[in-house]
Design a protein around this ligand. Structure first.
Ligand SMILES: Cc1cc2nc3c(=O)[nH]c(=O)nc-3n(C[C@H](O)[C@H](O)[C@H](O)COP(=O)(O)OP(=O)(O)OC[C@H]3O[C@@H](n4cnc5c(N)ncnc54)[C@H](O)[C@@H]3O)c2cc1C
Length: 392
């Protein structure tokens, strides 16, 4: 495989760089408002959702070009995007399965950051086995009433809409009888409760969501009533491909390998630690080149990159905390050397705010769970890529 950029790809890279040189100034603020503002600015520049078709405000960029743009943004220290679930997961599902009217209604505000989306899929007894979901929606006078519970919903409190999977046929089993909705997160008092879940890194980026008769208009059904599983598959494939497009160790976000190398340069290393740093560099190159190869194959193979990148991200953060010694026990706000080595490569503002080594280390175990666990990725590879028999 020839990994050199074509003249068109080189020109695209140059275009992103020039745009970033003019627009990255003053993109250092944190929080939801700043996150929406950054997405609006990206959209104005034509970088809001590069993979979307041109008629919906994208650039029609292929997987490699999208990856290239993501890498350039990350390399320049661009803010993390609060709009990622909208642009990366929900938007493509609406483009593939939504009506023209839904596309006109929902896509522009996703693109320009006016409406933020979350993903209402996982439930307490339906994670890897998503088809076991029990949240139900019942038809009622031109609308649907939702009852049940979701969990691990990232950014639920910041979101305007959620892409929701609910069972609309109470008699149905597994993948049948599930419908996908564009669910409005603003609901009448008492119909929706969002409870933040405190994570061990001290933040609360995900939530429990309780529905008690929450209402969704009938025209917010995406795809067919009872045909939600097909929409879910589109969403999950996009989720897997969109995770880890940047340079950071936390799904493309957070500290980078370059940050670790800077930290290592300022630390007295044992021979074993030197070897670990070198090994992580080698693995990082292998993942980068494998990702290029996977981008030109089918979506299922994205599991290869996710598997390798998730464990690598954990190892980088584990080694950083080891190198920090006693300072590794301190969180960002407790002083110490929480952000040692970040000077050159730290990301600017955005949402959620950048974090130091200790919080990154405490978040890293989530990498091999979210977006499909390591075991689930291995099952996908075994069955759909390698064609091995299913367990009996
Ligand atoms: C940071 C983060 C953000 C998230 N954000 C969202 C979100 O915004 N919206 C949302 O809907 N969900 C979200 N999730 C939830 C995520 O999709 C689930 O955690 C994930 O699908 C695993 O489901 P589970 O937690 O129920 O674990 P389970 O499915 O209960 O798995 C428990 C263990 O059993 C193993 N296992 C399960 N089935 C098999 C099998 N068939 N073969 C082998 N091993 C198996 C798993 O690998 C795991 O080790 C998020 C998760 C994380 C960590």
């Amino acid at each position: 495989m020839d990994l050199r950029l074509t003249p068109e790809q080189e020109a695209l890279r140059q275009e992103v760089r020039e745009w970033l040189a003019r627009n990255l100034v003053d993109a250092s603020k944190h929080g939801t408002v700043a996150g929406r503002e950054w997405q609006r600015r990206l959209a104005e520049g034509g970088w809001g959702a590069p993979a979307w078709p041109v008629e919906h405000g994208g650039r029609g960029a292929g997987p490699f070009e999208s990856h290239l743009i993501g890498q350039e943004l990350a390399q320049a220290g661009a803010p993390g995007s609060i709009a990622v679930i909208g642009t990366g997961w929900a938007g493509p599902a609406i483009i593939a399965h939504g009506s023209e009217e839904q596309q006109r209604r929902f896509l522009p505000p996703i693109l320009n950051g006016a409406e933020i989306w979350c993903q209402l899929f996982s439930e307490p007894d339906a994670g890897s086995d998503l088809a076991a979901l029990r949240t139900r929606a019942e038809r009622s006078a031109g609308a649907w009433r939702v009852h049940g519970q979701k969990i691990w919903t990232s950014y639920a409190r910041e979101s305007d809409y959620g892409i929701l999977l609910a069972r609309t046929d109470p008699e149905s089993k597994r993948q049948q009888g599930i419908t996908c909705f564009a669910f409005p997160m603003q609901q009448a008092e008492g119909r929706l409760e969002i409870r933040p879940i405190r994570q061990m890194d001290g933040r609360a980026t995900f939530n429990e969501v309780f529905f008690d008769g929450a209402e969704v208009p009938d025209d917010h059904v995406i795809g067919e009533v009872g045909g939600g599983w097909a929409v879910a598959i589109t969403t999950l494939m996009n989720e897997r491909t969109n995770l880890s497009t940047g340079l950071g160790t936390l799904w493309g976000d957070g500290p980078t390998l370059a940050d670790l190398v800077s930290l290592a340069r300022g630390t007295e290393l044992t021979p074993m630690q030197r070897q670990k740093v070198a090994n992580l560099h080698i693995v990082s190159e292998a993942i980068r080149l494998t990702a290029y190869r996977m981008l030109s194959t089918n979506g299922t193979a994205a599991s290869v990159t996710k598997l390798a990148a998730d464990r690598w991200g954990q190892q980088v953060n584990e080694l950083a905390v080891e190198l920090l010694g006693m300072d590794g026990l301190l969180t960002d706000d407790q002083g110490g050397r929480a952000r040692a080595g970040f000077a050159e490569h730290g990301r600017q503002g955005g949402f959620p705010p950048p974090i130091g080594w200790q919080r990154a280390f405490l978040f890293a175990p989530a990498l091999t769970i979210g977006g499909g666990t390591t075991e689930v990725q291995k099952n996908i590879l075994a069955q759909r890529v390698l064609g091995l028999p299913r367990e009996r």
